[in-house]
Design a protein around this ligand. Structure first.
Ligand SMILES: Cc1ncc(COP(=O)(O)O)c(C=O)c1O
Length: 434
């Protein structure tokens, strides 16, 4: 790659990488053009769009993807953490086949939902009771709704730059957001959080926080920050919600289990549906009992597909047979060593980049400054875009925002390939990076 690159400046280099991408991906271009006739921007899920147009995939196998033009890529996106089992695990496939064979859309409680609920309650310490939804977004809406109903208070505190779903997006003002009365504070700033929680007092229903920001850059929360949120909310009577939609995969008992911090409610999603649409929320018995339909005045919680048999069956098979506590520890150890290798590659070249993350979730950042919360730097973002296209052109798929996630079927050769492509990027683009 390096000999062909002019590296004149960042924009020229990006234009060259984009041109190469376009020449390699003519069928994806045609698919995108056709999709654009019937969907705005050819897209039905904003995060999957990137310039010049996203790859269209025809097939997935293990930890690999095949795009419309026939390229094979190692999948380090891992469906933004939902794809932990890879693309065609036999246990997941046969669970879904069984579910389909025994009949779908049953319209009543089924044989699997309480078993999945039990497996989750046994696994995550914060859960006394749990309910299912169809997505992480819905899970967060329900958890916030429960907190507001339980406390009788209106306001919701979240983090600047946080992401809790399509209608709970706090990286920039969004006219699509759910119309809660929001209070935003900086991530990892215990003093600011304590002050705002106290100031809002009996107006604040809950604080929602990711114990590691996922979409916004795999930025871990400090223990001090999370403990401050716990103490301050306990003092004022606001509920603490940990959004573990992504982070529950980082330890057998989720991030809260690992840190031994007890939120009042947690939300789950992604991989826990075995690769099928999933969300869940749960926590303290006295709060969750608010949804008990046998009680007078119970809070409603509907959702035609909440207990859909494919998700329940695939989720249970995945959690109990594949992502066991031992497998979870192994995958995250593999992720730690992957991150160490990337960091070593950067340090060997003395380049101003860094990798943040925990275990199997990692993000590349184009800055040396410590990252406590999301930053929006257009030049760093452009370098990140260039990394994305260079890696795709070399056969490694990851999130444009620089996120690289591991999955269970990944083998050493897949990891070596990603490290090799990253090093090639550092070497070939060194002039643009330092
Ligand atoms: C932390 C977090 N919460 C909630 C969500 C929303 O989940 P879903 O896409 O299933 O609605 C996401 C999705 O990326 C997430 O990362």
């Amino acid at each position: 790659m390096s000999t062909l690159l002019s590296n004149a400046d960042l924009e020229t280099s990006y234009a060259e990488a984009e041109e190469k991408f376009k020449q390699r991906n003519l069928k994806s271009a045609a698919m995108h053009a056709s999709a654009s006739e019937v969907m705005p921007g050819g897209n039905t899920r904003t995060v999957l769009h990137y310039a010049p147009y996203p790859l269209t995939f025809s097939k997935g196998e293990g930890a690999h993807l095949y795009d419309a033009d026939g390229h094979k890529l190692v999948d380090f996106l891992g469906e933004y953490t939902a794809g932990i089992y890879g693309h065609n695990n036999i246990i997941i496939q046969s669970a879904i086949e069984t579910a389909v064979r025994d009949g779908i859309v049953l319209g009543g409680p089924n044989m699997m939902e309480a078993r999945l609920a039990r497996a989750l309650v046994d696994r995550f310490p914060a859960l006394d009771l749990i309910r299912f939804t169809n997505s992480g977004t819905e899970a967060n809406l329900m958890a916030i709704g429960a907190a507001r109903a339980f406390t009788g208070r209106p306001k919701v505190m979240a983090m600047q730059g946080g992401y809790h779903g399509g209608v709970l997006y706090f990286a920039a003002p969004s006219p699509i957001n759910a119309p809660f009365e929001m209070v935003l504070v900086p991530y990892n700033d215990p003093d600011a959080a304590r002050e705002v929680i106290k100031r809002e007092g009996d107006q604040l229903a809950c604080v929602i926080v990711e114990p590691m920001m996922g979409s916004s850059g795999c930025i871990p929360a400090s223990r001090e920050f999370l403990e401050t949120l716990r103490e301050a909310t306990e003092e004022t009577g606001a509920l603490l919600i940990f959004d573990e939609v992504m982070t529950s995969r980082l330890a057998p008992g989720g991030r809260h289990g690992d840190l031994e911090i007890s939120p009042d409610l947690i939300t789950l999603g992604k991989y826990l549906g075995g690769g099928v649409s999933f969300g869940a929320f749960g926590g303290r018995l006295d709060i969750m009992e608010g949804f008990n339909p046998k009680a007078v005045g119970a809070w409603p919680h509907a959702g035609t597909f909440n207990n859909n048999i494919m998700t329940m069956t695939a989720g249970l098979a995945g959690l109990t047979q594949l992502f066991t506590p031992a497998a979870c520890i192994r995958l995250n150890a593999k992720g730690d060593s992957f991150r160490t290798r990337l960091i070593d590659s950067i340090e060997d070249r003395a380049l101003p980049l860094q990798i943040t993350g925990i275990g199997s979730m990692n993000t590349v950042h184009f800055t040396e400054k410590p990252i406590l919360r999301p930053v929006n730097d257009p030049i760093a973002n452009r370098k990140r875009d260039l990394l994305h296209l260079d890696m795709i052109n070399a056969g490694v798929y990851h999130a444009r925002r620089g996120m690289l996630n591991l999955s269970l079927p990944m083998v050493d050769a897949d990891i070596d390939k990603a490290v090799g492509c990253f090093e090639e990027f550092l070497d070939s683009r060194a002039g643009l990076l330092s």
